[in-house]
Design a protein around this ligand. Structure first.
Ligand code: NAD
Ligand code: DAU
Length: 350
């Protein structure tokens, strides 16, 4: 029996990681520690919430006393740390929450792991899940490698870069066993609709404008979320202590081209004439400091751990659209209330 705390397990990626681990490893105890911020949603885990090897704990990673108690009571062997404030636009309007959760929260977790595991790191691991955004912005060519220098350019990416550095500092200074992975843009079921793909699906569904920042020329490298969860499983089990692994989809899209593909799929699925959704595309004021291009070189994880994405983008995006269209109540519950307020503040001035 191994006890693993997954932080942020009620969020988008975390819920897919929790599901994979709970189903694949009946001999592990998976404890999902999540504060349930606006982005956390236990509905994401309805199918596994009764599993005997799963437990949910509501809590903040900045709460040292709670972490202390959790580690004592549960005999925690490993942490897979995903809890974070994750939306770049929100980090531009409110950086402090990002500093608090992403930096202070990570170091609080590191402190507890270090003190509880002190003297016996055998079988212990602190796995920090990070982002490709720490590497900055690429021009038209080139890739991010594991040894690319950090150059974060938004409060979000700076907070994630800072947390990555702290994780490595605890490894080098205190010998804490750690691994880090830096992944590209995820898409798929259960993503909070503030992010580009679910936001566009929801707006098309409602016949609302699809806001495209700037000229829509920024490029992102998209990976289906379940493939990220599979990669996390591999890195957790086979990643080398103290190392970093880049994870990416070899799947670069200009935002505007991606939106047009999405529009075509939505027209088909909603039985609308071709071009209906595209007519909703609206160019709006660019994101401040908008990174031009991200692209991951994933050779290391492919060669060393044998990981490759299992889904082609065409298949993944169809599945994603279908999921949102078949889960309207999930979407409706989220886009009401607080989110409506956020949406107005974020988009009416653009
Ligand atoms: P998300 O915003 O969907 O979920 C974040 C989760 O963390 C939520 O459940 C939230 O309630 C929880 N949380 C936030 N603050 C907390 C706190 N103080 N204590 C405990 N729980 C807290 O995020 P996501 O998109 O699933 O991203 C998960 C992780 O993966 C993040 O660390 C992010 O930086 C990283 N990442 C995301 C992407 C992506 O494309 N979404 C890509 C690469 C890396
Ligand atoms: O690269 C990994 C990162 O991907 C993760 O670390 C972040 O947590 C995750 O949010 C994501 O960041 P992005 O900023 O790339 O994702 P987002 O979905 O917000 O935006 C994708 C692109 O679409 C980006 O170039 C901005 C643009 N965009 C976004 C929104 C929300 C628009 O044009 N219009 C929009 O309304």
């Amino acid at each position: 029996m191994r006890t693993i705390v997954v932080t942020g397990g009620a969020g988008f990626i975390g819920s897919h990681v929790v599901r994979l681990l709970v189903n694949k490893y009946p001999n592990y105890r998976i404890i999902n520690l999540d504060k349930l911020t606006y982005a956390g949603n236990l509905e994401n885990l309805k199918d596994i919430e009764q599993a005997p090897n799963y437990k949910f704990v509501k809590g903040d990673i900045c709460d040292a006393a709670l972490l202390d108690k959790l580690f004592d009571e549960e005999n925690v062997d490993a942490v897979i740390h995903l809890a974070a404030e994750s939306h770049v636009d929100r980090s531009i309007t409110n950086p402090m929450e990002f500093i608090q959760t992403n930096i202070v929260g990570t170091v609080t977790l590191l402190n507890v792991a270090k003190s509880k595991w002190a003297g016996n790191y055998e079988g212990k691991l602190f796995y920090h899940v990070s982002t490709d955004e720490v590497y900055g912005s690429l021009g038209e060519t080139g890739f991010f490698y594991e040894n690319t220098s950090y150059d974060p350019r938004s409060p979000y990416s700076a907070s994630k870069a800072s947390s990555d550095h702290l994780v490595m500092a605890y490894h080098h200074t205190f010998g804490l066993p750690v691994v880090i992975s830096n992944c590209s843009n995820n898409y798929g079921p259960n993503q909070f609709p503030e992010k580009l793909i679910p936001l566009a699906i929801n707006n098309i569904k409602k016949g609302n404008p699809i806001p495209v920042y700037g000229k829509g020329e920024n490029i992102r490298d998209w990976l289906y979320v379940v493939d990220h969860a599979r990669a996390i499983d591999l890195v957790f089990h086979r990643g080398k202590n103290g190392e970093t692994y880049n994870i990416g989809g070899h799947n670069e899209w200009k935002n505007i081209d991606l939106i047009k593909v999405l529009c075509k799929i939505m027209d088909k699925k909603m039985n609308k004439a071709e071009g209906t959704a595209e007519s909703l595309i609206t160019y709006v004021k660019d994101r401040a400091g908008h990174d031009l291009r991200y692209a991951i070189d994933a050779t290391k994880i492919e060669k060393e751990l044998g990981w490759t994405p299992s889904l082609q983008f065409e298949e993944g995006i169809e599945k994603t659209v279908e999921w949102y269209l078949n889960n309207t109540s999930w979407l409706e519950r989220i886009v009401s209330g607080e989110y409506e307020k956020y949406y107005k503040e974020q988009y009416t001035t653009r």
